[in-house]
Design a protein around this ligand. Structure first.
Ligand SMILES: [Fe+2]
Ligand SMILES: [Fe+2]
Length: 193
């Protein structure tokens, strides 16, 4: 369903589990960035009613996720550390097509968001199936469902505001780029991506 071209290295979940504090901190920032990115889209495309009305509740949802990750950190006596450099997202940004029409730019933004949701969803699924901590397993299962919904929402919005065939073609390219990015990233257990 997620269409990702390269599954996560199965070793990732084991090393992530050993660094769960780093994962939770990184995850909190992922939720913050998801909320921020929706806010940016709303401001930039204020004239697109359906986009504004669809993304507004998602901002609240992502911020709710942030709050819940913080709760998991706090109850484990863990510290909310500094934000790390997000190499994965930085590499995806490099692939965003510069220029083009405003509509083309919107497609790029929505597809990039969809991709990050898809990869997060895949990783949450791995955590929900494989880690020992039962509470976190449930937590990640719930978030996996929620991010899968966002993934679909971003793709649907892209197809609403742009020729769907064009979106599908570009989506395939994005999926290939992302697999390439993933392939070249160092396997680390201290980050969600
Ligand atoms: Fe989220
Ligand atoms: Fe999301």
């Amino acid at each position: 369903m997620l269409n990702l071209q390269l599954p996560t290295d199965p070793r990732w979940v084991g090393i992530a589990e050993m660094q769960i504090e780093d994962i939770l901190v990184d995850h909190a920032y992922c939720e913050q960035k998801a909320a921020s990115s929706c806010i940016s889209l709303i401001i930039r495309y204020n004239d697109l009613d359906e986009l504004v009305d669809t993304l507004t509740p998602i901002v609240a949802e992502e911020w709710g996720h942030f709050e819940r990750v913080m709760e998991q950190l706090r109850k484990r006596g863990m510290r909310f550390g500094k934000q790390r450099k997000d190499e994965y997202v930085a590499k995806l940004y490099d692939l965003v097509r510069k220029g083009g029409s405003r509509k083309d730019q919107l497609t790029e933004g929505l597809l990039m968001n969809a991709l990050i949701e898809a990869r997060s969803c895949e990783r949450f699924k791995l955590l929900s199936k494989n880690i020992e901590d039962e509470e976190l397993r449930k937590f990640y299962y719930e978030l996996m469902i929620s991010e899968a919904g966002h993934y679909v929402t971003f793709i649907d919005l892209a197809r609403k505001y742009q020729d769907p065939e064009k979106v599908n073609k570009r989506w395939k390219e994005w999926l290939e780029f992302e697999a390439e990015v993933m392939k070249n990233m160092e396997l680390r257990g201290d980050r969600m991506h």
